[in-house]
Write a protein that binds this ligand. Structure first.
Ligand code: CS2
Length: 477
């Protein structure tokens, strides 16, 4: 029976697997919302390296918006956990030490407000996924009619949504000292900085707070919302990963993360206050992230979603399974070629070659089910911008049509894909009483806030025409 990983047992770990920093030298100076595997394999790793290289005390207080069990488990391990690079060969887990506090958004509200108001805390980062933003389909404004948001707007207690919790905590900072701060969205949303700024501003505007006007001014002048692109493929950790990481470490780690070796972080260089020197670990600070962001969202995430739906129609389970099929690599390359026509300065050959290798990595067990979930929020980000620009030039988009049809299939009443979506009920409704497949497609596009796409008759008919073959599991690439 292995002893649990903790500060007390850390000396049992081989030297090259220990944290890069001495925990005692860190203080909480970044507050992060979203304590999932992605954060632990990405921002927490960059922050640890930045603290180590600069000898500055950048520690992270990480807030779990929903799960209490991750908080309890992290606390039981003194917030230590391992990251294993998924490469062929023996797993070599390394302990990461940058998270200094684990908090529950629901239970630790007072502590979160104290931290966010602390002048030394100058950065808030978020990895909370698209659905936590409560954006209205089509215009990206805060959906103030969503029941959870409506409750948060009037509560004097603990907010239930991340946007509510963030707005409440920022309001407390404004009232206590008003020190400038940067709020950094790390979610896969186009112009994620301004998307987050918009929903936070909408929340404050719709609140009943008597000081909302000066608070809005402060948000506009003293709070920066830089845009960022984060990149690292991090599949959900399995029981097998956990056993392998613990055995290799010699201590039991209940919350290990496995991730591909590749990682990237590009940030808009427009911070309002001090920040960790993430560039010391390879992060790039640029004046404008937009071209990088479009490339990543359309080529990596766009292709990922396409593989999820088309691959699951063919009966595959993981991304690497699809890449092993006769048509997998061809599909990725053709899909990227179609997307690339919508990218500025579209020389993407090297990026696509690297993508094929990343998707092919046989050591990754990245489930199509995980990527395909929340499609109603992901597709507008990943596919619709590209589709609009292709259709505006009166060109056709055969691969996007096939991918769209494969997504449509997953929303149907008879499909058991294991994928989930916050709009499941709305999507299922699009099938009820529909005249034919084309009618279903039109209704689905309307539900996703894209009635303009529903108006392209050839496009919609082409999607409908793919459905019989896909339903029979035949992929024609
Ligand atoms: C994936 C992403 O699950 C998904 O939707 O496309 O999580 C993807 O793995 C990351 O964005 C890679 O950086």
């Amino acid at each position: 029976m292995l002893k649990p990983l903790s500060l007390a047992t850390l000396n049992k770990v081989s030297k090259d697997s220990r944290p890069l920093i001495d925990r005692a030298e860190l203080a909480p100076r970044v507050v992060h919302f979203g304590l999932g595997a992605f954060h632990r394999a990405h921002q927490a790793v960059y922050t640890e390296a930045a603290a180590a290289a600069s000898a500055q005390p950048w520690g992270v207080a990480a807030v779990a918006p929903r799960s209490q069990s991750i908080v309890d488990t992290m606390r039981a391990q003194d917030c230590l956990y391992t990251v294993t690079d998924r490469a062929p060969g023996e797993p070599r887990p390394r302990v990461v030490g940058s998270i200094v506090e684990a908090l529950s958004m629901h239970r630790d509200s007072a502590r979160i407000h104290d931290l966010v108001s602390e002048p030394d805390v100058s950065v808030i980062t978020l990895t909370v996924t698209e659905k936590a933003y409560f954006r209205r389909a089509g215009n990206g404004r805060l959906d103030t009619r969503a029941p959870e948001v409506a409750v948060d707007l009037v509560t004097t207690g603990t907010p239930r949504t991340v946007v509510g919790a963030l707005a409440h905590a920022l309001a407390t900072r404004y009232r206590r000292n008003g020190a400038p701060i940067s709020v950094v969205s790390c979610d896969n949303i186009t112009a994620n900085g301004s998307a987050l700024h918009t929903v936070v501003r909408d929340f404050v505007e719709a609140s009943l707070w008597p000081d909302r006007e000066p608070l809005l001014d402060w948000l506009a002048t003293s709070v920066a919302f830089p845009a960022t692109i984060v990149d690292r493929i991090v599949p959900a950790t399995t029981a097998g990963d956990q056993a392998a990481a613990s055995t290799a470490l010699g201590l039991s780690d209940a919350v290990p993360v496995v991730a591909e070796p590749y990682r990237q972080w590009i940030l808009e260089d427009s911070f309002a206050a001090d920040r960790p020197p993430w560039e010391l670990d390879g992060a790039l600070f640029v004046p404008d992230v937009a071209p990088h962001q479009l490339r990543k969202l359309r080529l990596l995430n766009g292709t990922h979603s396409a593989l999820a739906y088309v691959g699951s129609a063919a009966g595959f389970v993981t991304v690497a399974d699809v890449l092993r099929s006769e048509w997998g690599e061809r599909f990725v390359r053709r899909f990227c070629a179609e997307m690339a026509t919508t990218l500025p300065g579209s020389n993407v050959a090297a990026y696509v070659d690297e993508l094929v290798e990343r998707f092919r990595n046989p050591a990754m067990q990245h489930q199509l089910r995980q990527i395909g979930s929340d499609g109603s929020l992901k597709l507008p980000e990943r596919w619709f911008g590209a589709l609009r620009s292709i259709l505006a030039q009166s060109k056709s988009a055969p691969l996007l049509e096939l991918a769209m049809a494969a997504w449509v299939r997953t929303t149907g009443p008879y499909e058991e894909t294991g994928m989930t979506d916050p709009s499941d009920a709305v999507l299922a409704d699009c099938w009820r009483g529909a005249r034919d497949a084309v009618d279903v497609v039109r209704r689905l596009l309307g539900a996703l806030g894209a009635p303009d796409l529903a108006g392209h008759t050839d496009f919609v008919s082409a999607i409908g025409a793919h459905l019989p073959a896909l339903t029979a599991g035949r992929i024609e690439v």
